[in-house]
Design a protein around this ligand. Structure first.
Ligand SMILES: NC(=O)c1ccc[n+]([C@@H]2O[C@H](COP(=O)([O-])OP(=O)(O)OC[C@H]3O[C@@H](n4cnc5c(N)ncnc54)[C@H](O)[C@@H]3O)[C@@H](O)[C@H]2O)c1
Length: 341
C-alpha cells in the first residue's frame, strides 16, 4: 500500500502527540516538520526520522510533497496556517479550538470549501470511552430525552503558569471549554441557542499570568436542554490529576454520570503524594501510544483513506467556536447572548 504523506506545523507538546501517533501508523510517512523554533523542529525530526525541516510553513507547503498537514500551533494561531495549507490543496487536521475570532472562523471555512480539501478538528473526547459509551446509550434511548446536564472541565494552575508559554493569549475557555462544549453538544445532540456566562479573575493575574481564572456558563440548547458548564484554570497543583473532568446528563427516563479524572481504576502513591494517572487519553501499551488522544488522529487518517465522513465535522467545530465567542461576550457584558451562526 502506498503510504499517505503527512507534515506537521507546530513541534510543541501536542505536536509530539501527533508525531508519535502518525509515526506509529504503518501506512503513514511524516515527510516534513515546521516550527518557528528551528531546534524544536530539528528535535522532532531526529526523533521520528523526518527528512525535511522548515521554519516557514509557506516554504514547507511549496516544497514538500504531502497529502495532509497536522496543524498544532497555539490556539490563536491556527487560521493563517490552515488557510495557506488549504490553498496548497492539503487536507488538514487542526488542533482545537478551530479558531478564536469570527473572521478567522469564516475565512478558514471559506478556504476549506473553495479548495475542496477535507478538514477535521481534533476534538478527541468523542473517542473517549466514557463519552462514546454515553453517546451510544443516549442514541439507544436508555435515558429518554436529554433535558439537562452539567459538565466541568478544569485544569491545574500549572498548565496556565508553566506548561503553556501562550496561556495569556488564550483562556481556559478556548483551551478546555472547546473540549467540554463539543462533548456536551455531541451528547445533547443539538446546537446552543443562548448562553449566559459569569467569569472571575485574580488568582492567575496575581501569579503574573494575564488571563481569566474561570467561567461558569449556562447553555440553552435549541432542543430545549439546559446545561451548566464550568471551565477553570486554578485547580490546585496538588490535585491527583492535572485535569478535573466530570459530566452528568439527565434525561426524561434516566441519567449518566462520568468522571474521567478522579476515577478509581488506578492510583499511585509515594511518601508525598497520590496521583490518578491518565489511562484514557495517552496510555502507552506495547510501547505505542494508545487511547483517545491518538485514536482521533488515527481516525482522521482512516477517514481520509476510506473517504467516509469524519466523526467531528468542521461545521460543528466552527459552530462551537461561535458559541465560545458568545460566551465571552456574555461574560463581558453580564447579559445573556443569542449565538449568531
Ligand atoms: N487535543 C488536546 O487535548 C490538546 C492538548 C494540548 C494542546 N492542544 C492544542 O494544540 C495546540 C498546540 O498546543 P501545544 O501545547 O503543543 O503548544 P506549544 O506551545 O507546546 O507548541 C506550539 C508550537 O507551535 C509553534 N508555532 C507557532 N506558530 C507557528 C507557525 N506559524 N509556524 C510554525 N510553528 C509555529 C511554536 O513555536 C511552538 O513550538 C493548541 O491549539 C492547543 O490547544 C490540544
Amino acid at each position: 500500500m502506498e503510504k499517505i504523506k503527512a507534515s506537521i506545523i507546530g513541534a510543541g507538546k501536542q505536536g509530539e502527540v501527533h508525531a508519535r501517533t502518525l509515526s506509529e501508523i504503518p501506512y503513514v510517512e511524516i515527510v516534513a516538520v515546521c516550527d518557528l523554533n528551528k531546534s524544536r523542529a530539528e528535535e522532532m525530526a531526529n526523533k521520528y526520522g523526518i527528512k525535511e525541516i522548515y521554519t516557514d510553513h509557506k516554504e514547507m507547503l511549496e516544497k514538500s510533497d504531502c497529502d495532509f498537514v497536522a496543524i498544532v500551533t497555539p490556539d490563536h494561531l491556527h487560521a493563517q496556517v490552515t488557510i495557506d495549507s488549504a490553498n496548497a490543496k492539503k487536507h488538514v487536521l487542526i488542533e482545537k479550538p478551530f479558531a478564536t475570532t469570527r473572521k478567522d472562523i469564516f475565512d478558514m471555512l471559506e478556504a476549506i470549501e473553495r479548495n475542496q480539501v477535507r478538514a477535521m478538528v481534533d476534538l478527541h473526547n468523542r473517542w473517549s470511552p466514557p463519552f462514546s459509551t454515553a453517546k451510544r446509550a443516549i442514541e439507544n434511548g436508555d435515558i429518554g430525552e436529554v433535558r439537562s446536564g452539567y459538565i466541568r472541565l478544569n485544569d491545574n494552575k500549572f498548565v496556565a503558569t508553566d506548561m503553556l508559554a501562550w496561556s495569556a493569549n488564550s483562556s481556559i475557555l478556548w483551551f478546555l471549554g472547546s473540549h467540554s462544549l463539543d462533548a456536551i453538544s455531541w451528547l445533547v445532540n443539538s446546537r446552543v441557542d443562548k448562553v449566559y456566562s459569569v467569569a472571575r479573575d485574580g488568582v492567575l493575574k496575581n501569579l503574573g499570568i494575564d488571563t481569566i481564572d474561570m467561567y461558569q456558563t449556562t447553555l440553552e440548547f435549541e432542543n430545549g436542554a439546559i446545561v451548566q458548564m464550568e471551565n477553570g484554570w486554578i485547580t490546585p497543583n496538588g490535585n491527583t490529576a492535572i485535569i478535573d473532568f466530570k459530566c452528568n446528563v439527565l434525561g426524561s427516563e434516566g441519567m449518566i454520570n462520568i468522571n474521567t479524572s478522579s476515577h478509581d481504576l488506578i492510583q499511585i502513591s509515594n511518601e508525598k503524594r497520590t496521583i490518578t494517572p491518565d489511562i484514557l487519553a495517552k496510555p502507552i501499551i506495547e510501547d505505542k501510544m494508545a487511547g483517545f488522544s491518538s485514536n482521533s488522529i488515527r481516525s482522521f487518517v482512516d477517514r481520509l483513506i476510506d473517504d467516509k465522513p469524519f466523526q467531528v465535522s468542521v461545521e460543528e467545530a466552527a459552530n462551537s467556536c461561535l458559541v465560545l465567542i458568545a460566551i465571552l461576550e456574555s461574560a463581558n457584558t453580564g447579559k445573556a447572548v443569542k449565538v449568531e451562526y
